[in-house]
Write a protein that binds this ligand. Sequence first.
Ligand SMILES: [Zn+2]
Length: 472
Amino acid sequence: MKLRSMTAIALALVAVMSASAGFDNDFSGATLRVDYYHTGTASAEHLALDRVRVEGPWPGSRTQLIDTTNLGRYLVEVVDLDSNRLLYTRGFCSIYGEWETTGEAQEGTWRAIPEAVRVPEPRRPFQLRIRKRDRQQSFREIWSISIDPASRFVDRAPVPSGDVWAVMEHGDPSVKVDLVVLGDGYTAKEMDKFRADVERIVGALLAIEPFASHKQDFNVRAVNTLAEHSGISRPRAGVFRNTPLGTRYNAFDLERYVLTFDDRAWRDAASAAPYDFALILVNEREYGGGGIHNLYAITAAGSPSAPCLVAHEFGHHFAGLADEYYTGSVAYQDLPGGKVEPWEPNVTALLDPTKLKWRDLVLPDTPLPTPWNKAAFEKRSWESQGRRKASQAEEVPEQAADAARRERRERLIELLGKNEYADKVGVFEGAMYVAKGLYRPGVDCLMFEMTEARFCPVCRRAIERIIDLYTR
Ligand SMILES: [Zn+2]
């Protein structure tokens, strides 16, 4: 028995060693960042190279180079030019992917949005391909370029040194999830506040399962960036600021959506630390945030809802989780119907219940679709949204809005808790901005109404899968 387990360990070691030898054979060990512009309308799409630059050591896994998660609207592929061998792939989402579904894009307005992909730097000339899902969810190539890493067109200037500090370090970046935390709208005098915000919000995020059980799998580092003025732009309120990372409220003219379109700015700041994932805290009290798979998550650090909000946005960013809510306001007009199975791990069109992607988590006596008090929930939800719209017109102070949010949350906990299958995994109709034809796995979840700081079991499993992708 003992001999057998020792043989198993030896075999596992050989496997890891040969995998990492494979990595060293194909890759230099550095990170290559390819900056490009993603341009178009809802019906035309072009990508154009901006620049290629070398960043610090590759922080990702050296053994799990091919992405088997099937997440994201886009997929980047690195292919060796000589042998046509696929060396690296990763799924991702982008701001462009959201923008092309807005009314502005559908009316034919052109827009160029800067984006980047980061890959381990190949030793030899390679082809970089970007694929995008078609209506049937299959990936089709939309762009490819050849890059010779030895070329003088690859920028090898040292990355900005940055004022980096460790929040927690648990080991070698190649076997840990490396999270970088950036701040926007913090002045030099507010660096202590930034530090306290980072510790409080990262602490809240990593207290939620499944992160809590996997704390040892994370390295978290923060980078100080100094703003001239406190706070960020809030166009709807007529407030505009120049901030180091370019974050702003009202992305796509939505009240609470915070993004930065200044891709170079935040990536340059982030490159001071090894990172697989990025969290940007904005120095604001007003409720708001955003999260895009394999891009970044953003949260207003001063909002009383920040602990739930950070987990929700990080769920989008980290595991490609879909919004499970459907009664809020969104800018997207090209809403998913129920005709194609979404790629997101926590929403289903239930086209074939026998192939339900979370079938193994559903108890045999749980009906599919699963009954819940949908009508009562919708009535309550529309009522409170009507009240919120009215209060926006009156410019109710943020404090009163927080109190209303808290009260709404408590009433929702009571209402949703009344369901027979409240704590069971099932298939509950209403998800991803549509009331009919799309289903979510639980009555409540952090990706649904954020009433409690808890992910449903399907979202928890999706998160664990990503932790696994970066820690072996
Ligand atoms: Zn969920």
